[in-house]
Design a protein around this ligand. Sequence first.
Ligand code: BDR
Ligand code: CA
Length: 308
Amino acid sequence: KRRVILDVDTGVDDALALAYAVHSPELELLGVTTCFGNVTAEEATRNTLAVLESLGEGGSGRIPVVEGAKETLRRGEKPKYSRHVHGEDGLGNALKTPPQGSAQPGNAADFIIAEVRRRPHEVTIISVGPLTNLAQAIERDPGIVPLVREVIVMGGAVGVPGNVTPYGEANIVADPEAAAAVFAAGLPLTLVGLDVTLQTLLPRTQLDVWRASGRRDALFLAEMCEHYMGFYESCYPGLGGCGLHDPLAVGVAVDPSLVKAEPMRVTVVTEGEETGRTVGTAEGEPKIRVCTAVDADRFLKHFLSRVV
Ligand code: BDR
Ligand code: CA
């Protein structure tokens, strides 16, 4: 089993990634860390707990949830949330009752450090929100870099345009300095960016399949996705569905053969109108693995067979 920490800013597609990860026997979830991003860090924690509880993973002794960064490390800017994409509550306005449980005391960056130190060369970190928690962990304890098994990041747009600006993808734009630090750290890192995640789409027809199943967890997913689907239909007409960004990062942890990746050095633009742009070059070190192609059909089948 691959031991995993999932770092999220829950968000509709983060919620789908959580369900996919919880239902994947290849993965052992050591914990879920939360960050500002789609919503505030507090709301990301609440949403994460609510989703885990809907999956039967609530209560004591279950997967720990640890809250992290409320804002960027260095920018000092007020975060811009993505409620227009993910709904007022971040879960497509489908959250009817608050979770019963609460976060474990402590901080996400310290949790990451402690888990990596406890299990050298075993921990995979899947980050599907801004990279603030991971950057903070590396800053506090650079000694963890050679002890991490792998980092899989949903973020960036290397060969395609961005989604929040013509240049930048949301998770990188949210904290470009954090992303720059993580990409330059020398970690064994796989970047799952818009280059591949805009090819892995959830079709609208799936929402009807989930509704028709009558299952509570499936109904929750369908309701959650309705708003997110609407955003994609108005912003990307003709695309044919909504982006399964964060689930694809989980898919790559379960089955790396779903993607093709090329080694590149990736830098991040941190100033001016291109802020958040991820620039990949064949020269220079350190290199990370940038996903450039995906078997979208195989991924979608796998994802749908597990998410509920
Ligand atoms: C990423 O941004 C967030 O809105 C999504 O949850 C995903 O992690 C896509 O650009
Ligand atoms: Ca996310």
